[in-house]
Design a protein around this ligand. Structure first.
Ligand code: LLP
Length: 403
């Protein structure tokens, strides 16, 4: 944890509870690690659905990383954070014509996720630059909901439709700049990513000469459980580089570049979610630690059964070495509102803090106002050790502002 006990209590009293806190040092370290991971041969582009706080995006851009957007809102935020259209790649799914026009009008490269989206792009602008999202038939991910390639997913264009795609490209004079794929989110073994990259490269060789780039997608996992191992980038390199070498030897454009689209790997580990213990109780023999960490604040445990390590930060040290197990619950009116079950925090008391680790990706970005609760503030711990408010918490007024 990158916060001391004193800092954690100080932050909650200054900025309110709950609170997202990010470490600039860890964010920069992850960016640098990814930029080096593939020796510059596969360049990362940050998938901002994982975290779209403008202050973090500015840091990521400073580290020389571009960005992928999935909505006009994300494009708008990226522009606000200083990204140029040439640094943004729009990878929407089932976008409206209006949304596609928004990106094309800004000269942002758009990925077509289906033949019908490709046609819409052609109708919007003859000769537009496009990319095709291919579904290589191989998927991976921490649960079915986030596996985004394979035979049972709404994403991408199947290889058998590439000939049809080429006809549409020709009919509208579109300029196919690249192909992209994303097999799913959170894998810790390199196998499926490498296999899918191989499939994509052979599709490119067969169908698409003259491309500027191939984008293998994101999905690089982080160890949410202490017992899990880190993703082995050397193994990924060992799998990918020979494929890229043999591809390059046979491909017409020797200057083709390679990209990847990590979201979680860049943002997860720099984020900590702090919440307060508001109540403790036992009910029919089960112990509960009741906090303000409802699933409106962090949805992952409820939505995907995801595991996050948690730490109890005691207001007063009780010298308790091993505490009984308890469920850490939130304040939302659903019994599924459990952020972490059966953890050794049964000695928690009102006023203590629960710190949830690896909350930087798909934490705030999936937060909501369910139960008309206020989304928390976000604070950055800068490399100089200062704490800077980078997003204010919602207010009661913001709840009624759009009526
Ligand atoms: N590219 C595309 C087209 C994507 O759809 C995604 C994530 C990424 C890249 C980045 O994937 P990452 O490197 O972050 O795994 N809310 C879920 C994850 C959903 C991911 C959606 N797409 C979670 O909290 O686990």
């Amino acid at each position: 944890m990158f916060l001391s006990r004193e800092e954690a209590f100080g932050l909650l009293s200054q900025f309110g509870s709950p609170l997202y806190v990010y470490s600039e040092d860890i964010l920069r370290a992850r960016c640098r690690e990814l930029c080096c991971a593939f020796s510059g041969r596969i360049r990362p582009s940050f998938s901002i659905k994982a975290n779209s706080n403008a202050a973090l995006l500015r840091i990521i851009r400073e580290e020389g990383i571009g960005a992928d957007a999935v909505s006009c809102g994300e494009i708008f935020i990226l522009e606000y954070a200083g990204f140029d259209s040439s640094e943004i790649f729009f990878i929407p799914n089932n976008a409206s014509e209006e949304e596609l026009r928004f990106a094309v009008g800004r000269n942002i490269l758009v990925s077509a996720d289906s033949l019908s989206q490709l046609e819409t792009l052609g109708r919007i602008k003859k000769g537009a630059r496009v990319s095709l999202r291919i579904n290589p038939g191989i998927g991976a991910g921490h649960c079915d909901k986030v596996v985004t390639a394979g035979h049972a997913t709404k994403f991408g264009i199947e290889p058998a439709l590439c000939t049809e795609a080429k006809k549409i490209i020709k009919a509208f004079g579109l300029k196919l700049e690249g192909v992209n794929q994303h097999i799913g989110s959170l894998f810790l073994e390199p196998g499926p990513y490498v296999e899918a990259a191989e499939a994509l490269l052979s599709i490119v060789l067969e169908h698409f000469p003259g491309l500027c780039f191939v984008d293998f997608g994101g999905g690089f996992g982080v160890p949410y459980k202490k017992s899990e191992h880190r993703l082995d980038f050397a193994a990924l390199r060992d799998g990918l580089f020979p494929l890229m070498d043999s591809f390059a030897a046979r491909y017409d454009n020797k200057g083709i570049s390679f990209k990847c689209e990590p979201g979680r790997y860049i943002a997860a580990e720099c984020g900590l979610l702090l919440g307060s213990v508001n109540a403790v109780k036992e009910c029919f023999g089960r112990r509960y630690v009741g906090t303000d960490l409802g699933f409106n604040v962090l949805m992952r445990p409820v939505l995907y059964d995801s595991w996050h390590e948690v730490q109890l930060i005691k207001k007063e040290d009780d010298g308790c070495a091993s505490a009984p197990l308890a469920d850490i619950t939130g304040n939302i009116c659903e019994s599924g509102d459990i952020i972490a079950a059966e953890r050794p925090v049964g000695n928690a008391q009102i006023g203590d803090i629960i710190a949830v680790e690896n909350a930087g990706a798909y934490g705030y970005s999936m937060a909501s106002n369910y139960n008309s609760r206020l989304r928390p503030a976000e604070v950055l711990k800068t490399s100089g050790g200062e704490f800077r408010l980078i997003r204010a918490a919602d207010t009661l007024q913001s709840l009624t502002a759009s009526f």
